[in-house]
Design a protein around this ligand. Structure first.
Ligand code: G3P
Ligand code: CA
Length: 241
């Protein structure tokens, strides 16, 4: 099976990250999957953004957990990237799912629970409830750096693939994989070791694979996927494999 191209935060390299504009571009570029990040607002909504604070990617300031959905929806999440994207809004999880459904997207939707810095109380249950109530045409894959989130998601929805993220030693990922809690490893590219490909059923999807040399390496070794800011570039390079 060929290596799947998963668009990191949408087409982060060419669009404002984690916005509907970025997800649409990723699909247009031929991405097989979308990776994105979820947090919890003050009033309990599932918010799509990378950082815990809104400061870097919007014209607002503060922690997502201190803002309501109405406050978050007033923010401009596009102009930090380029004035051409002024007034691009912060999406909720439901906004993204609705877009993917409307686009007839059947690839991988990799939802990362951003619980490694703030342990949002109950976020795993909210996410699992959401997907219990919405039947979706795409393949859902959960990931997190935080082992407790991964374990909780697996308990709630054992039928959904759950993967471990890591950017240093894989001690926790190794345990979770041996316990069949996670199927996949999502390591930082510099930590990848080829002998992991021999682990039973392993889904190896490193991030953030932006250099053509790294893309070629992953394609050559038939990794399950790469998570990249440049899905269009990856798509072109993969044509040779
Ligand atoms: O899922 C891989 C990658 O997104 C993890 O790092 O910081 O970009 O969320 P980060
Ligand atoms: Ca992420």
């Amino acid at each position: 099976m060929r290596t799947q191209i998963i668009a990191h935060r949408g087409s982060k390299g060419t669009r404002p990250e984690n916005t509907l504009v970025a997800f649409r571009a990723a699909i247009a570029d031929g991405a097989d999957g979308i990776e994105t990040d979820v947090h919890l607002s003050r009033d309990g909504h599932l918010i799509i953004m990378h950082d815990e604070r809104v400061d870097r990617t919007t014209d607002g300031e503060g922690l997502i957990q201190d803002l309501t959905l109405a406050q978050l929806k007033r923010l401009d999440a596009g102009s930090y990237f380029d004035p051409a994207y002024t007034n691009t809004r912060v999406p909720t999880l439901d906004d993204v799912v609705q877009l993917l459904v409307a686009q007839h997207f059947t690839g991988i939707f990799n939802l990362e629970l951003k619980t490694n810095k703030i342990h949002y109380e109950g976020i795993e249950d909210l996410v699992a409830d959401y997907f219990d109530q919405h039947s979706v045409p795409f393949k859902l894959v959960y990931s997190s750096f935080y082992a407790k989130s991964v374990e909780r998601l697996h308990r709630l929805q054992p039928e959904v693939e759950t993967d471990s993220l890591f950017s240093a030693r894989r001690r926790i990922a190794r345990r979770l994989h041996a316990q069949h809690v996670v199927l996949g490893y999502h390591p930082a590219m510099r930590w990848v070791r080829l002998n992991w490909l021999w682990l039973p059923k392993i889904q190896l999807r490193p991030w953030t694979v932006n250099k053509p040399r790294d893309m070629r390496f992953c394609f050559r070794h038939r990794f399950a996927g790469i998570i990249t800011d440049y899905p269009g570039l990856a798509y072109q390079i993969r044509q040779n494999y």
